[in-house]
Design a protein around this ligand. Structure first.
Ligand SMILES: *Cc1c(COP(=O)(O)O)cnc(C)c1O
Length: 369
C-alpha cells in the first residue's frame, strides 16, 4: 500500500499527460511556454480569484508574498508553531521575526484566542512592528478566515493564506487560495494538487500586488528582464510542470470528491478511541493528510507497519523547538496544545486512488489494536 498513491493517478491519466509533455518537447518553449499562462488562467478560475501567478515552489511563493507586501527586518509576522518549516522560514528569510502562535485543539489550525494574545503582547512590548499573519490550511482544512479576515483588519495586519496543503478546500463555497491579501500554494508531488517536481503559485485579487509579484519573480524586472527596477528572485514554474498540472487540474474536482469519500469512511468506521479530524460546518477539506490523534501513537504506527501499512508523522517538532529558531528564545511548554499534537498525531494513507479494500484494511488493523 502507498501512503500517497501517485502511480495509480499517473496510470489513469497517462495518455493525456504523456501527450501534454510531448507537446512541450515538440515546441521547445521550456521557460514560460504557453502552458504556463493556460494553467494560470484555469487555476485562477478554479480558485475564483483574479490573478494566479505560478512560481518555482511553495516556499518561494511565501517569500514572494512577503516581499510584495514589504515585510522586512523589524516586522513581526504571526504564524502557527505547528506547521511545515517553510511557513516560518520565509518570514525569517526576509529578515522579519516569526511570532509563533499555538494551535486550535480541534482543527489543528492557528488558535484565534492565542493569536489575539500574541498580537497584544507584541503591541505592548513595542519593539517589533506587528505587520502580518500567515495562516496555514493545515492538512487541507482552511484556517478560520471568518475570524482571521476581520481580526487582521482590526489590527491593521496583512493576511497571507498558506494554502500549500489547502488547495481544493472551501469555506461556505469560497475556495482555499482566495483568502487574505495574498494566498500561496505548492505543487510538490505529495500535495493535493501536485506536479512531477517542484512548483508553486500565488493568488490575489489586487492588480498592483499581482504586477509586483510578476516583477519580483523575474529578477525585479521593469519593462523586460534586462531592465531591473528592484531586487527580486528567479522563480518560475517550468512549462513541463504546467503541462502536467493542466491534466491534473482537470480531474482535481473529481479527486476531491474521492478524497472526501475516503475521509468519511475513515471517520465513520474508526474506533472512537482515535481522535478524528474535525471539519467544522460549512468547511470542506482537501485532505492533504488524514490525521488521527492518539496518546500511544508509536504503538498504533507499529501495528500499522507490521501489517505493511505506511503512516507518517506531520509534524513531530514544532517551529519553536527547531534549532534554526533557537535564537528566538522559546521554550518547551510555551505552546501546550501544539506540543501535545506534535507528540500524538499520525497520518494514514490518503489518496483519491486508495482502494476500498486497502481503506478497510487500514480501519480493521487500527480497530483491532
Ligand atoms: C509544502 C509546504 C510548503 C512549501 O512548499 P514547497 O513547494 O515544498 O516549497 C509551505 N507551507 C506548507 C504548510 C507546506 O505544507
Amino acid at each position: 500500500m502507498q501512503f500517497i498513491d501517485l502511480k495509480s493517478q499517473y496510470e489513469s491519466l497517462k495518455d493525456k499527460i504523456d501527450a501534454r509533455i510531448q507537446g512541450v518537447l515538440d515546441k521547445g518553449a521550456y521557460i514560460m511556454g504557453p502552458e504556463v499562462a493556460e494553467f494560470e488562467s484555469k487555476l485562477s478560475e478554479f480558485v475564483g480569484v483574479k490573478h494566479a501567478i505560478s512560481c518555482a515552489n511553495g516556499t518561494d511563493a511565501l517569500q514572494l508574498a512577503l516581499m510584495a507586501l514589504g515585510v522586512k527586518a523589524g516586522d513581526a509576522v504571526f504564524c502557527p508553531t505547528f506547521t511545515f518549516f517553510a511557513t516560518a522560514e520565509a518570514i525569517a528569510f526576509v529578515g522579519a521575526t516569526p511570532i509563533f502562535v499555538d494551535s486550535d485543539d480541534r482543527t489543528f489550525n492557528i488558535s484565534i484566542v492565542d493569536l489575539e494574545s500574541k498580537i497584544s503582547e507584541v503591541q505592548s512590548k513595542g519593539i517589533l512592528n506587528p505587520k502580518a499573519i500567515i495562516a496555514v490550511d493545515l492538512f487541507g482544512l482552511p484556517a478560520d478566515y471568518e475570524k482571521l479576515e476581520p481580526l487582521s483588519k482590526k489590527h491593521g495586519l496583512l493576511l497571507i493564506e498558506d494554502a500549500a496543503q489547502g488547495l481544493g478546500g472551501e469555506i461556505l463555497g469560497r475556495k482555499a487560495g482566495s483568502f487574505g491579501d495574498i494566498a500561496t500554494t505548492s505543487f510538490f508531488p505529495a500535495k493535493p494538487l501536485g506536479c512531477y517536481g517542484d512548483g508553486g503559485a500565488l493568488f490575489t485579487n489586487d492588480d498592483n500586488i499581482a504586477a509586483l509579484l510578476r516583477s519580483l519573480q523575474v529578477h525585479g524586472k521593469g519593462n523586460d528582464k534586462y531592465d531591473n527596477v528592484r531586487i527580486g528572485m528567479n522563480s518560475r514554474l517550468d512549462t513541463l510542470q504546467a503541462a502536467i498540472l493542466l491534466e491534473k487540474l482537470s480531474v482535481f474536482p473529481e479527486e476531491l470528491k474521492q478524497r472526501n469519500q475516503i475521509a468519511a469512511i475513515y471517520s465513520d468506521s474508526l474506533n472512537v478511541r482515535y481522535r478524528k479530524p474535525l471539519v467544522p460546518d460549512g468547511y470542506m477539506s482537501s485532505w492533504a493528510q488524514y490525521t488521527l490523534q492518539h496518546e500511544s501513537r508509536d504503538s498504533c504506527m507499529a501495528k500499522l507497519k507490521s501489517e505493511g501499512i505506511p503512516s507518517a508523522i506531520y509534524y513531530g517538532k514544532c517551529m519553536h523547538m527547531q534549532g534554526a529558531f533557537s535564537n528566538l528564545g522559546y521554550m518547551k511548554g510555551d505552546f501546550p496544545i501544539a506540543e501535545k499534537l506534535s507528540s500524538e498525531v499520525f497520518s494514514l494513507p490518503m489518496s483519491p486512488y486508495l482502494s476500498d479494500a486497502d481503506g478497510n484494511f487500514v480501519i480493521q488493523t487500527l480497530n483491532d489494536e
